[in-house]
Design a protein around this ligand. Structure first.
Ligand code: FNR
Length: 190
């Protein structure tokens, strides 16, 4: 079996280190995972005014989440929290009321920062948001990546063996977690 993973990159920067990390994660992921990016850059700022007539950008986002077996968030930390563009996308996916797209979706959260704390506080904020949205989360391993450019090649492959091993382990555990949640969500289970 293969599993469709929709991933969000929480940065809009053209030279994003988190986009490098996304390529690295895909390059070491186990073969049963298929990846497609869920783009956030063209979403307007969410308002409940949109709920009565949800625009195509919002519907596309919700369709992309629905079509995913699992969701992976790869994001920087902004001011010790979730970047606004990513939070906006999550708000879109959570609405209109009663149609929360994240409910029961297995999720993973990972991020890179040049700094030593390596997105830990953003990830903690994300866990609160995803808990409220009833999205199961990979609890362990955690991965707070302090980004070192030398560890990656331009094509996104990982040059540094220790980094590759850490990211590979994360993706193997994420894949197993997605499959456990899908089994638990299957008809017949409570
Ligand atoms: C940052 N940065 C940052 N880093 C961090 O570890 N904790 C933080 O709270 C913040 N806050 C923050 C706010 C804003 C507005 C910016 C632009 C940056 C630094 C950040 O980690 C660095 O710019 C990364 O390169 C951002 O990730 P991308 O965009 O390269 O993927």
């Amino acid at each position: 079996d293969t599993f469709k993973i929709g991933y969000f990159v929480g940065s809009l920067a053209s030279n994003s280190i988190n986009r490098v990390l996304s390529k690295a994660l895909i390059s070491v992921a186990p073969p049963e995972l298929e990846f497609h990016e869920i783009a956030i850059k063209d979403l307007p700022l969410y308002s409940s005014d949109y709920d009565s007539d949800f625009p195509p950008a919002g519907r596309d986002l919700k369709d992309a989440i629905a079509a995913s077996d699992g969701i992976l968030f790869i994001s920087p930390e902004y001011n010790r929290s979730i970047p606004g563009a990513l939070k906006n996308a999550i708000d879109w996916g959570s609405r209109p009321w009663g149609t929360n797209s994240f409910a029961r979706k297995p999720t993973g959260i990972i991020g890179a920062s040049p700094g030593g704390i390596g997105t830990a506080v953003m990830q903690s904020s994300m866990r609160s948001v995803l808990s409220f949205l009833d999205a199961p989360q990979l609890n362990a391993p955690e991965a707070y990546i302090r980004f070192v450019a030398d560890a990656y090649d331009d094509d996104g492959s990982v040059k540094d063996e220790a980094t590759a091993g850490l990211l590979r382990h994360y993706m193997e555990e994420y894949s197993a977690f997605v499959q456990r949640v899908l089994a638990a969500n299957a008809p017949g289970h409570i």
